[in-house]
Design a protein around this ligand. Sequence first.
Ligand SMILES: Cc1ncc(COP(=O)(O)O)c(C=O)c1O
Length: 424
Amino acid sequence: MSGKYEQILQAAIRSGYLGEECPLAAFVDTSRLEETIASLHRAFPKHFAHTFAAKANTMSHALEFVKEHGMGCEVASPGELEQALRAGFAPGQIVYDEPAKTAGMLARVLELGTGLNIDNFQEFERVQALMVNRDSRSRIGFRINPQVGAGNISAMSTATTTSKFGVALEDEGNRIAILTAYRDNTWLTALHSHVGSQGCSLDLMTAGIRKVVDLAEEINSGVGRQQVEVIDIGGGLPVNFDSEEMRPTFAEFAAKLQDAVPELFSGRYTVKTEFGRSVFAKSGFIASRIEYTKRSGGRRIAISHAGAQIATRTVFMPDHWKLRVSVFDSSGRAKNGAAVEQDIAGPLCFAGDLVATARKLPEIEPGDYVVLHDTGAYYFSNPFYYNALCAPAVYAVTTGRSTHLDFSVWRRKQSVDDMLAVIG
Ligand SMILES: Cc1ncc(COP(=O)(O)O)c(C=O)c1O
């Protein structure tokens, strides 16, 4: 496992992408990313249109890359929409999902013709008013909360009884209200659901999708024709953060769905997906130089440059977002010494800024590098500006085809001026 990381780190150190003056950088292994996206396309039939959840990695190069590899884009904010349009996605390849859409954004989305998932009945009234005398190419549908329960991270579970997302299907009156809305508005041709991200089992995800497909069938038989043509099953395939291997795979999820929701595979519906983390996480990693090591009350602490500014979830919710860490020496060779318990701290000014605690690793020394694995999604792509730290450079690297590595810059290290301009 460490072979590939050694190869990348050694080349990055030799090229000056990592070193005393550049102690923190992130890397995207585009060969692995390509293979992951290919495995997604292979796992599902052709009538599945895969969109990438832009929130998982909103960087322009990331969106361009997934587009070039046959994906559309799911966006959930005005900024994500702009980034997707700039990356070259056609409006019909984009799905708009923001929970707090303003009337202005709804008008823009309908004008552009991107897909639109309506979150609630008040938003529906706005869309209805906008659709009077308008001919939009948007595929429009409700986001349904199938209320099938929580996974093991409550903050990531979106199909609980009281979730803030979508129309709660089992709440009194809602099913009838949805059936009536579709009966009276022929431009409602889609249904959407996203059961949760990370921590949801395939069984839970499948149970939620089953309920949404049942609803689609009920709508269609009620109106006597196939009005609902698009089923958007969301994302949320969990990522294992404890080994290099991808588990579960897209193929395993597809097999489960085929069993439980065969209608999706019949070709009667266009099926959209919105995977984010499972597409990108395992192709990215963060590397940080260790600046100092110290002992405090018997505790060993290595002070790195990677903290909550790029590993925000791990620092604030360490029990749910534990990352694999490996240690390399100053020239990028994997360290194999006896394991000792150490904490790896970030540079931010609060005591909890730790990316790993009591981790058994070869003894870390100043000048070594630590690698935080599986951080291609929701980590370095979403910088947090506590302590006014600059976002690190992100390099794409092709691996696998030969021993030669090609680096390209996906994001330059942010300058202090640019960072201060963001802060205002
Ligand atoms: C509506 C919607 N779709 C897709 C996703 C992507 O989820 P994941 O990155 O877990 O695949 C999210 C994540 O929050 C979401 O809210």
